[in-house]
Design a binder for this molecule. Sequence first.
Ligand code: NI
Length: 402
Amino acid sequence: MTDSIEYSLFLSEAKQLFPYTQSLRRDFHIHPELGFHEVRTGGIVAKELEALGLEVTKGIGKTGVVGLLEGAKPGPTLLIRFDMDALPIVEETGAEYASQNSGVMHACGHDGHTAIGLTVAKLLHAHRNELAGTVKFVFQPAEEGTCGEEVGGAEMMIRDGVLENPKPDFALSMHLWNEHPLGWVNVAAGPVMAGVEQFKVRVTGRGGHAAIPNLAVDPIVASSQIITALQSITSRNVGPLEAAVVSVTMVHGGSAFNVIPTDVELEGTIRTFDPAVREKVVMRFNEIAKSVGEAMGCKVEVEVKKLSPAMINNEKVAAHVQETARRVLPDSNHNTDSFVTMGGEDMAFMLEKIPGCYFFVGSNNSARGLDYGHHHPKFDFDEEALWRAAGLMASAAAEFLK
Ligand code: NI
């Protein structure tokens, strides 16, 4: 059997399984669950994997599920990760499979990811006699944030040992991508998604009467100076060809028109790709917020929390997946190097430890009105992307376990 036949085989089998994938996706879409509450979703995942005879472990990272598929021959261990959580959004798609869990919606496509993951498990299970090695299927909770816990889903699963016994040699993951049309595929080496920090700044002055400002220390004026001064980090501290974002997105303070408040809270996010740039931005952020606030007579407390590192694809692994993508989806628009997003993803924690590749599969279809962006209340994607993604992921996995 030549390589090209084997590749098209996975894709055609994924296409045959499309009714299975679609019905799973729609079921998950009707019954979305927030991060660390994916009990129903995780239960279906475990049941489907057990039905294939995989060794299944539940409760890794609270609601996470891990399934092990052993190939016929010994070889490396490949981790493939899919996220399962939904968002606190009221769905406005009007789709027949719209959310029945009011206020919760699969508005990022993780319903599709979970369905793709179960399809890949079915595809690889059918070919287990040809596989040399082990596939570790990881169904992760809480990608969208920490959901009230100390850490998010990927870190929680790592704490619970998802990267041990067996330790993966490689890791793969993907996202359906509604900013690009069906038929677009992006597999790139190097950084593809930004590292994400969440910051909180508390500026404390001395409250007082608005008409006697000289007897108060005004945290609103101090906060304004801090926000303005923070803009110089990206324009004056980060190199012109390096990438960074500093966005103040929340300003809370004050309760009456004639009262100078005691304190103001600022919140926002920092995004970077390069760890050295990150260090510099975080250092300058602290220095500027504190010294500017203190110069205005206020006390300033700064908290910068690392939500996820930058997603950095291993060059060799990415080259392998690129080659596979070209063979499996020869009719696609292959974007290999120019796509990066300042969006973040906690799969980056796993790729910090295991060489791997995170790729994007275009899923919008403007002709059918399926082109709202991720996290929009009308977000929906073209389901034809499901079998394309499953066929590509299964082929890429088989490539690592030849
Ligand atoms: Ni997402």
